[in-house]
Design a protein. Structure first.
Length: 240
């Protein structure tokens, strides 16, 4: 592992660090991968600071969905620590609002929150289907996602609800012009949870960003095509 690039991968809502197992295995000896579980305790900013405190002094940070939002905020709050960002299916604002049509409708988000309050396990099953809906390999990707996530428990319902609160409230648009690290955005062109237009808005707002669109992929492009994701991250992180 000598000379391996430190890489911290942050999972999305309703998942855990094990979701990165296939991609981490492909990244192999070239990267020293950490994939922590996000516990959902405290505020969004407190979660970012805890992740930063536990990570190497200098690292690449990757994130998926909510994890991508955490990664963006980490790069803004601790710029000397984060060298590059590799983001999957990421948006600066999850819920639609004034000037931001690229998010989930408020009523739909409130309905899902109520479903988590009523029966978190059933809501999680529904959410996993939503993550793969529209994928050209939807059944295969759904089975692989389930295998990755069944390795250990998801956060308790109370913490899932707190992290839904993060998704409801966090709006990183004002910080984007100050995030000057190189950013790679990987987005499925069939993502029904975070539309590809959100990635386009990120590229336009970030000073140094590029996008790679995975044709036929939905919300989990690193599962839909882990080999291509590995190749892109490796190339991106080896740039001078």
């Amino acid at each position: 592992m000598n000379g391996a690039i430190p890489l911290v991968l942050l999972h999305g809502w309703g998942a855990h660090g094990g979701v990165w197992a296939e991609l981490s295995a492909l990244l192999g000896e070239r990267f020293a991968v950490q994939a922590p579980d996000i516990d959902g305790g405290g505020s969004f900013d407190e979660a970012v600071d805890r992740l930063a405190a536990a990570a190497p002094a200098r690292c690449v940070v990757g994130g998926w969905s909510l994890g991508g939002q955490l990664a963006l905020s980490w790069a803004w709050r601790h710029p000397a620590q984060v060298g590059r960002l590799a983001l999957f299916a990421t948006t600066p604002k999850f819920v639609a609002g004034d000037g931001w049509p690229q998010g989930m409708a408020q009523t739909e988000f409130e309905s899902f929150t109520a479903a988590v309050e009523s029966d978190a396990a059933a809501a999680l099953r529904r959410f996993r289907l939503l993550q793969t809906r529209g994928d050209a390999q939807a059944r295969t990707v759904a089975r692989q996602l389930e295998r990755l996530l069944e390795t250990r428990s998801i956060a308790a319902a109370g913490r899932l609800l707190r992290m839904l609160g993060w998704l409801r409230d966090v709006d990183l648009r004002a910080q984007l012009p100050d995030i000057r690290q190189p950013v790679l955005l990987i987005h499925g062109d069939c993502d029904s949870l975070i539309p590809p237009a959100a990635a386009g808005a990120l590229v336009a707002a970030l000073p140094d960003a590029r996008a790679a669109r995975f044709v036929g992929a939905a919300h989990v492009p690193f599962v839909s095509d882990a080999v291509q994701a590995c190749a892109l991250i490796t190339e991106f992180c080896n740039e001078s």
